[in-house]
Design a protein around this ligand. Structure first.
Ligand code: F6P
Length: 329
């Protein structure tokens, strides 16, 4: 394929993740090395629609690599589903003579990417989200940093729980993906894990807590993936804790880690992988390919067509959960 233009742009989309700045830094530095003119699209797909596009320079990315967040900002923009909105976005790219867009984001962001390719734009995806919810890649940029944050928070909470023999439920991000919860739970020897694959109602939850209390006289830590409760007719997590507390006669403390999970110091693994995934994508594009996502599968850098990538599913983690954490319950 002949390269249409030397101008290539990047946007970050969805929830921010530590190391998105490493992706941005690599994108600018490596693409300039390769003879491209990098551009920033600010505020994700919304910024594309609003024509927030600006030429990037080496100065813009100086020493940003280990800053959490994204210097070009991000957004959730469900309006991008609308064809008329997309038409405006495409005409903005054309006005700027840009026909290639790199998107760093999660699941939803890849759907926007597919839509761009359907409109004739060269679309390239880099997996970037704390959730690790992209089936095409074993690993997403930001996941490891977030996991380490979560592990630190759990260890800190456990200290107090242990001093007082308290029971706590800790809510962990990840949308429908169990990976953060399961890996943090195994790492910190949690007492029980609830994910989308083993949702309990309030009565089952109470039974589990009773059994845990019978065998464990000191602290009890239960990890629950967010967004499972307070939806589909289920009690909220707070209500479920209160329900079980009233049945067992002991307070269950709820800790919601929330946005602290998305920031913090990037891990070396995340910094390294962000670089490999981004530079690899530029190389693959430079070799004449388009409409693909970069991925790490079984430790190897791979490139997968966007339309195939979005259909790939993430694995279940229940075997691990049952083997190491929810055993005997
Ligand atoms: O996608 C990353 C993430 O942190 C999810 O884990 C979480 O559900 C979501 O973003 C929260 O973001 P928002 O506040 O935009 O809903």
């Amino acid at each position: 394929m002949k390269k249409d233009s030397k101008k290539i742009a990047i946007l970050t989309s969805g929830g921010d993740a530590t190391c998105m700045n490493k992706v941005i830094s690599t994108f600018v530095k490596y693409s300039i090395d390769k003879g491209y003119e990098p551009y920033f699209i600010y505020e994700g797909y919304e910024g594309l629609y609003k024509n927030k596009i600006k030429k990037a320079s080496l100065k813009d990315v100086r020493m940003i690599y280990d800053r959490a967040g994204t210097i070009i900002k991000s957004s959730r923009f469900p309006e991008f589903k609308d064809e008329n909105i997309r038409k405006v976005a495409i005409s903005n790219l054309k006005k700027n003579n840009i026909d290639t867009v790199f998107v760093c984001g999660g699941n939803g962001s890849y759907i926007g990417l597919l839509r761009l390719t359907e409109e004739g734009i060269n679309g390239i995806g880099i997996p970037g989200t704390i959730d690790n919810d992209i089936g095409s890649s074993d690993y997403t940029v930001g996941f490891d940093s977030s996991l380490n944050n979560i592990v630190e928070s759990i260890k800190q909470i456990r200290t107090t729980m242990e001093s007082h023999n308290f029971i706590t439920v800790i809510e962990i991000m990840g949308r429908q993906c169990p990976d953060l919860t399961v890996m943090a739970g195994v790492a910190t020897e949690a007492d029980y894990i609830i994910t989308k694959d083993n949702i309990l109602d309030e009565k089952q939850f109470t039974e589990v807590v009773k059994k845990l209390r019978k065998s464990e006289k000191e602290s009890i830590v239960i990890l629950v993936t967010e967004l499972l409760y307070g939806v589909d007719g289920r009690l909220s997590l707070k209500e479920m804790c209160n329900y079980a507390s009233s049945k067992i006669g002991e307070k269950i403390r709820l800790n919601v880690l929330s946005y602290s999970q998305r920031a913090g110091t990037p891990t070396a693994l995340d910094l390294y992988n962000a670089t490999i995934l981004t530079a690899g994508a530029i190389d693959h594009f430079d070799a004449g390919n388009k409409n693909f996502v970069s991925a790490l599968k079984n430790g190897k850098l791979q490139f997968i067509d966007v339309d195939k990538a979005i259909k790939m599913k993430t694995p279940s983690r229940m075997e691990i959960v049952n083997k190491f954490v929810n055993k005997n319950l």
